[in-house]
Design a protein around this ligand. Sequence first.
Ligand code: A3P
Length: 286
Amino acid sequence: MTFDNFTYKGVKFSQEIHSEKQLSYLENEFKVFDDDVYCVTFPKSGTHWMGEILNLIKNKGDPTECNTVLSMQRSPWFECITGLPDVENLARPRIISSHLPCHVFAKSVFESKAKVLYTIRNPKDVFVSRFHFNKMLKIYKDERGFQDSLNDFLQGNIMFGSWFDHVKGWLQMTKHENFFYITYEELQQDLRGSVVRICKFLGKELNDEEIDSVVKHSTFDTMKENKMCNGDVTQAHILDKSKGTLMRKGISGDWKNHLTVAQSEYFDKVYQEKMKDVNVKFSWEE
Ligand code: A3P
């Protein structure tokens, strides 16, 4: 997919939604508050899902805000030109979304008490989800075929750069007590248990009923019906809704329906090479 882009610190960004000036401002000058919560992901890893969970936890399971305020307004992307003013106007405690790689993130975040949650998803599913979503995104000027898109993904020749570098960069933060990571697959296998872990990390004490409500309102089926987070109300100049949907399938392993055996083996080869120094074992590696 081609798009008007620029490179900032080795990573590709969109000229239409990002700016170098803003990235530099975020990195060096953005004011982080101790009660900020950052929902960080490589795109298509479950950003909206985690954003919903965080909002519901903040509201002790009360879905009113999730049902009445657009997700991109209650947890805006601070690297987006249109998202930053919303972030700076958010009532505290703020929930801020980001796809930024660690090396260009707001430097002061790790000198503060702000919490960072990083959600990681099997990159094969990220690739497939992204392949479908990119058809909807109007910033892309053309449609690239599946094999070319796969090569772009594996080479990191895409917006926000390499999945491998993104994950490896953020995993270096595991030594910080205010950093927490979880996988999309863990959320799927045990949503309630995951919510309990997230509450513990955030220092939030919710009773059983409140936790049940967080779970109920963050399932795929509920979110797919919620116009405030399912992409239905996103401005028409961003998404072409005739080309797909944000809440597409919400499953793990959909890559098996898309990648040939040869493509999957090639993916595994690149994965093993790029991830060889990573000590974490993810469920999809077993
Ligand atoms: P699929 O395209 O595989 O269906 P992001 O929010 O980072 O853009 O990620 C979008 C992906 O997360 C989509 O994946 C979407 O369906 C999935 N997703 C969103 N909410 C979910 C939920 N509650 N449960 C499971 N998957 C969810």
